[in-house]
Design a protein around this ligand. Structure first.
Ligand code: HEC
Ligand code: HEC
Length: 334
């Protein structure tokens, strides 16, 4: 009896030991994607930070959502921009149900379900997990201005604070805080929707080796860069003016995107409401080939003017599809 007990205890403790062994260095749904990749042998990103804590994260959150926060000197900082905050154009939560695709139709459904806005900039969620910023047509159209941002997140942030927000660049402590906040909203393994077989595969990584295939495989679960295609407005004679659009969908776009900036008290003096009068204004200008036309304004946006800085960013194909523009036109026309 005694021997059996001893055997049992030895066996059990052996089991626990084995289990503990597996748990150490084991990747779980809560694991940070950056840390997993580094464990596999991937290079640390240039923007990698060693230091973070709750108070830095909170400062970063306030800078991104309100433009200011209490600084290291104990005083409220100056607004980063008088005209915008980052979240006028960027979400801070997951916005794509499938991280392998930039699909505006799926994104709109997801935005409705999760009650988040539908915007022209890419979400900050997982921003630190990307490897390129300001891609494709941004590189082509803006050339040297955006070149430094392509491979360096910090440069992309600097660019957007000045050019997109029409404000000032972050000071060092602000940048540190914003990066701490960005890392707090990086991808976790659970966001990649791995199966239990996937976890097994991942956990069998070679602790001494390079794991190049495994790294490439893991990166196939999400986009390393958000694609950006600029479009010319559809020529006037080819515009369908919403004939084949879906009014209900159009209203969702109007409410979740246009109103995000055009509602009274928001970022522009050009206020719109969901009233008939405002829709009438848009309707009047809907198809004509000039500044106010829905087709022009959506694909071209507007520019910041000296003395009047608020402007409207254009929507790329990846942020608003052809069909969605027709849906919006259908709503405005209804
Ligand atoms: C008026 C709109 C607007 C505001 C305000 C704005 N951005 Fe942007 N931002 C954009 C657009 C449009 C892009 C283009 C690329 C994209 O996000 O897909 C962009 C790109 C970026 C990118 C690169 C994203 C990528 O994946 O290529 C970063 C980083 C960024 N912004 C940070 C910021 C920060 C930080 C702030 C606040 C200080 C800010 N932005 C404010 C519109 C804006
Ligand atoms: C990120 C904020 C933002 C979003 C989102 C946005 N706009 Fe704008 N929009 C502006 C700003 C800023 C102006 C500049 C005009 C001004 O302030 O007078 C503008 C200008 C316009 C104008 C021309 C008015 C003028 O004075 O030049 C129209 C029309 C317009 N927007 C329609 C829309 C529609 C339709 C949508 C949705 C598809 C939309 N906007 C989404 C910020 C935005």
């Amino acid at each position: 009896m005694k021997t059996i007990l001893i055997i049992c205890v030895t066996f059990l403790s052996g089991l626990f030991l084995v289990q503990e062994d597996v748990v150490v260095g084991n990747f779980t749904p809560q694991s940070s994607l950056t840390e997993v990749l580094i464990s596999l042998g991937d290079k640390k990103p240039l923007h990698y930070i060693n230091e973070t804590n709750d108070s830095l994260i909170n400062q970063g959150f306030e800078i991104v959502t309100k433009g200011r926060t209490i600084g290291p000197d104990g005083k409220m900082s100056h607004l980063q921009s008088k005209y915008f905050t980052c979240i006028d154009c960027h979400n801070v939560m997951m916005e794509d149900p499938n991280l392998r695709k930039s699909d505006p139709e799926a994104r709109l459904k997801y935005a409705v379900k999760n009650e988040i806005p539908f915007l022209s900039g890419t979400t900050f969620y997982g921003m630190v997990n990307r490897e390129h910023w300001y891609n494709d047509d941004y590189q082509i159209k803006y050339g040297d201005l955006v070149k430094p941002a392509k491979d360096t997140l910090i440069n992309a942030i600097h660019l957007c604070t000045v050019e997109c927000s029409q404000g000032r660049a972050f000071s060092d402590w602000e940048l540190k805080a914003v990066m701490a906040y960005f890392y707090s909203i990086e991808y976790k393994l659970e966001d990649l929707k791995l199966t239990s077989e996937d976890y097994e595969k991942l956990n069998s990584f070679d602790k001494e080796g390079e794991n190049k295939n495994l790294i490439a495989w893991l990166k196939s679960f999400y986009l390393q860069a958000s694609p950006a295609t600029f479009l010319e407005p559809i020529p006037t004679n080819e515009r369908e003016l919403g004939k084949n659009g879906n009014v209900e969908n159009g209203k969702l776009i109007y409410d979740k995107s246009c109103m995000h900036c055009h509602a009274p008290g928001r970022v522009t003096n050009f206020t719109l409401e969901s009233s008939k009068i405002d829709l009438k204004f848009l309707k009047k200008h809907m198809g004509k080939n000039e500044h106010f036309s829905l087709y022009n304004i959506v694909r071209k946006g507007t520019y910041a003017l000296p003395g009047y800085r608020p402007y409207m960013p254009n929507y790329t194909l990846e942020r608003l599809s052809h069909q969605q523009l027709e849906d919006l036109a259908a709503y405005v026309n209804s």
